[in-house]
Design a protein around this ligand. Structure first.
Ligand SMILES: Nc1ncnc2c1ncn2[C@@H]1O[C@H](COP(=O)(O)OP(=O)(O)OP(=O)(O)O)[C@@H](O)[C@H]1O
Length: 275
């Protein structure tokens, strides 16, 4: 069966929380059951984009559909997974209580409700291979284990679009691999659409269908090869950028040599003007 409906369709959108737009003229499409890396430097608007998709920040311009509805109307189909390092808790909850706390009762009947909640929590814990974490206190868990429970909490209401906010931050490479594999499993086996923000695209190179790269007040969507290259990133950042490929890994940096030669050219031009 094919599905032509996009999970997200953004046309020339602008959004921001301060006086300035965080981004503007941003257009992209996330197909259903796709995995998109959301990349970009600090302050480029990744969190603002998540908030806009959740209907928490309003659009300043453009049009945005989530499953062909406004973000507010589509809210029940969308789940947000915050960074584990931002998880504020006293560590007293056990894993199962933490996951169950997110269950949204949508029907009447206490007995039915309790049974349905228990089933939803079990299902969510199974998806993240988290049953061993269910009886442990959050305060005892590693960052990677907490991140898995955060994903389970997001899954408890069976969302169709999963927004993962820097899930690899503060995790070691082995824990990063587990979280990337989990997100890929949710896309492959449950048909979820995943938008996964990360400062470094390397951990998701093998699983991401596309990257949405935000920088310089806007963004571009394409495959990693189409976007993470000197030409596109220099245009986005508005300064010369250089992408180095070393043993299959990508490193993005300011192109100091191009910057320096531009300085020399500008100095020579200015000197000519003064002469
Ligand atoms: N509450 C706020 N009021 C005003 N401006 C804000 C607010 N929060 C963020 N901003 C600004 O909005 C812009 C985008 O911020 P945002 O947090 O979306 O970026 P980000 O890409 O998620 O950054 P990071 O990678 O550091 O988390 C930044 O210029 C930031 O200074």
């Amino acid at each position: 069966m094919t599905c032509d409906v996009s999970a997200v369709h953004a046309r020339a959108i602008a959004a921001g929380k301060g006086a300035q737009h965080a981004f503007s003229d941003l257009s992209f499409e996330l197909p259903v059951a796709s995995f998109t890396a959301l990349a970009g430097p600090n302050g480029s608007g990744k969190t603002t984009l998540f908030e806009t998709l959740l209907g928490l920040a309003s659009l300043r311009r453009g049009a945005l559909d989530v499953f062909e509805q406004s973000p507010r109307k589509a809210r029940s189909a969308v789940a947000y997974v915050p960074q584990a390092s931002r998880l504020l808790h006293d560590g007293q909850f056990i894993g199962r209580e933490f996951v169950a706390a997110a269950w949204r009762a949508r029907r009447w009947g206490i007995t039915w409700h309790q049974k349905a909640a228990a089933q939803a929590v079990d299902h969510a814990l199974t998806q993240v291979d988290g049953h061993v974490l269910a009886r442990r206190r959050l305060g005892e868990l590693s960052g990677g284990q907490q991140q898995r429970l955060l994903v389970a909490q997001a899954l408890v209401n069976q969302p169709r679009l999963l927004l993962m906010d820097e899930p690899l931050a503060s995790l070691d490479p082995a824990a990063q691999e587990q979280i990337v594999a989990l997100a890929a499993h949710l896309r492959n086996c449950l048909g979820m659409t995943v938008l996964f923000s990360t400062h470094d695209v390397n951990p998701v190179v093998d699983v991401a269908d596309q990257v949405l790269y935000l920088a310089g007040g806007s963004g571009r969507l394409g495959t990693i090869d189409e976007i993470v290259n000197d030409e596109v990133l220099s245009a986005l950042y508005g300064v010369p950028m250089h992408v180095v490929r070393e043993r299959g890994r990508l490193f993005v940096m300011r192109d100091q040599a191009a910057g320096a030669s531009r300085c020399v050219a500008e100095m020579a031009r200015d000197a000519g003007r003064c002469a």
